[in-house]
Design a protein around this ligand. Structure first.
Ligand SMILES: NC(=O)C1=CN([C@@H]2O[C@H](COP(=O)(O)OP(=O)(O)OC[C@H]3O[C@@H](n4cnc5c(N)ncnc54)[C@H](OP(=O)(O)O)[C@@H]3O)[C@@H](O)[C@H]2O)C=CC1
Ligand SMILES: CC(C)=CCC[C@@H](C)[C@H]1CC=C2C3=C(CC[C@@]21C)[C@@]1(C)CC[C@H](O)C(C)(C)[C@@H]1CC3
Length: 394
């Protein structure tokens, strides 16, 4: 078959700062992950300290990390392929077909939990993940680079209707970053769907548990703050996997190609930055009053809303309040995950700050899609519901 060279994206439609952004982000973000992990483990834990607490290169590499990362992805791939759970269809594609997806992420999480309990019972030193965190992150970053290169190369043999509309400009760096192919598959194995919810998201809570075990090693029992952070984030991941089908309608699956942005985001960014709070607590224990804990639990328990995918725009209820009430709920939860770490450092608030930026940017991208899709109806909706995420503010 002849390799495709289609350009489907107009240069004016480039996102993430265009070619310059797509060149800088793959260098800058992996370094940010390593920097944040190093700062988090340093006694001062200050993002502004100078000189920054950079680890010696010997601390960045450990062959055990390679074994663990490869073993982890292999285990999750095997669980993905298990013929359990239902099979659902995605949205209709440009060629009129619909892909089938296994809905067994919650099973994968449950089986992983059982395996972990058995390993802990056999005496596995799970707290060692704390020592191994930098080599693990380096290895995950390496895997995301290799995967993105494979995805970019193989996309040239994909039929035109299988290419994403946003990642085909003809500029190799931009297309590598955004992803050329929409739903790359090896047989029935959907690489993007697998990466979106399995190795990174489940990996995140397994790392969190490692931090809890490290705290037990150091102080004899887990602190209330550590239990809250672990509990909240486990709840979030469990909810994502329980409602796995909902991911089939998100812009990541429907619009975005599979390139460096999602491969790195899923495999390295999520597991190694979303759980910074637990890592912070290992080195910087916080005492939390029962009253404080109760307040934080209330904040985390605010009702959240499932994805809206109806053909009619909702103008009442939560969607009549602001245009993205689910973003607002997610942001309030993110705040609740950081509050157990106290107010003395900004680092545990990294996730809330990053997530606010991500959601403001995501809202703008979604707005563009909706305006193009719904036209005048969308303008009417925007007039009826003027605030995007935070009532009376934004
Ligand atoms: N933790 C993390 O890192 C991340 C978490 N998230 C979370 O994922 C969740 C899903 O996010 P996302 O996919 O961006 O957004 P939504 O689930 O809100 O989906 C947006 C889509 O909903 C539809 N829609 C929008 N407004 C209306 C309306 N008034 N009535 C009916 N349908 C409407 C449109 O789809 P259509 O064209 O089908 O009508 C729109 O494209 C959110 O809770 C978000 O916070 C997201 C990114 C990262
Ligand atoms: C910094 C960088 C390169 C960003 C890439 C962004 C990704 C980290 C995020 C894009 C969309 C995501 C979603 C989730 C995790 C983060 C990424 C991959 C998500 C799986 C989290 C759990 C939610 O319940 C969700 C399933 C709705 C969500 C989907 C989008």
């Amino acid at each position: 078959m002849k390799p495709n060279k289609h350009k489907l994206t107009h240069s004016a439609e480039r996102e993430f700062g265009g070619a310059l952004g797509a060149t800088c982000i793959p260098v800058f973000l992996p370094l940010t992950v390593l920097y944040l992990l190093s700062v988090c483990r340093s006694p001062a834990a200050s993002v502004l300290q100078w000189p920054p607490p950079l680890p010696p290169t010997a601390h960045l590499w450990d062959p055990l990390a390679v074994v663990l990362i490869v073993g982890w992805i292999t285990l999750q791939s095997f669980l993905y392929l298990l013929p359990i759970g239902k099979v659902s269809e995605g949205l209709v594609l440009r060629d009129g077909s619909r892909l089938k997806y296994p809905i067994n992420g919650f099973h994968a999480l449950s089986i992983t939990a059982v395996l972990l309990i058995v390993c802990l019972w056999l005496g596995m030193p799970h707290g060692y993940l704390f020592e191994l965190i930098l080599p693990l992150a380096v290895c995950a970053i390496g895997v995301s680079y290799l995967l993105s290169m494979y995805l970019y190369i193989r996309s040239f043999w994909a039929p035109q209707h299988a290419l994403s509309l946003g990642g085909n400009t003809g500029n190799p760096l931009y297309d590598f970053f955004m992803g050329r192919e929409l739903n790359p598959r090896i047989g029935d194995f959907d690489l993007k769907y697998f990466c979106e919810l399995r190795p990174g998201l489940i990996g995140w809570v397994v790392i969190n548990l490692g931090m809890l075990m490290k705290e037990v090693e150091l102080r004899g029992s887990p602190s209330l703050a550590m239990l809250l952070v672990n509990g909240f984030q486990l709840l979030y991941v469990t909810d994502a996997l329980w409602n796995e089908e909902a991911v089939l309608t998100t812009m990541d699956i429907v619009h975005d190609g599979f390139g460096f942005m999602l491969a790195f985001g899923d495999l390295a960014w999520v597991p190694f930055t979303y759980g910074l709070q637990a890592m912070f607590l290992v080195v910087h224990p916080q005492s939390l009053s029962t009253l404080g804990a109760a307040g934080i639990i209330l904040l985390n328990d605010l009702e959240t809303i499932a994805t809206a995918t109806g053909k009619h725009l909702l103008v009442s209820g939560w969607w009549g309040f602001v245009r993205h009430p689910n973003y607002l709920g997610d942001l309030l939860m993110a705040l609740a995950w950081s509050l157990p770490c106290g107010m003395s450092h900004i680092l545990p608030y990294f996730y809330v700050i990053y997530f606010t930026i991500l959601l403001i940017h995501r809202e703008a991208r979604d707005e563009k899609h909706c305006r193009a899709k719904y036209g005048l109806a969308w303008d009417t909706y925007c007039r009826r519901v003027p605030y995007r995420i935070i009532p009376y503010i934004y």
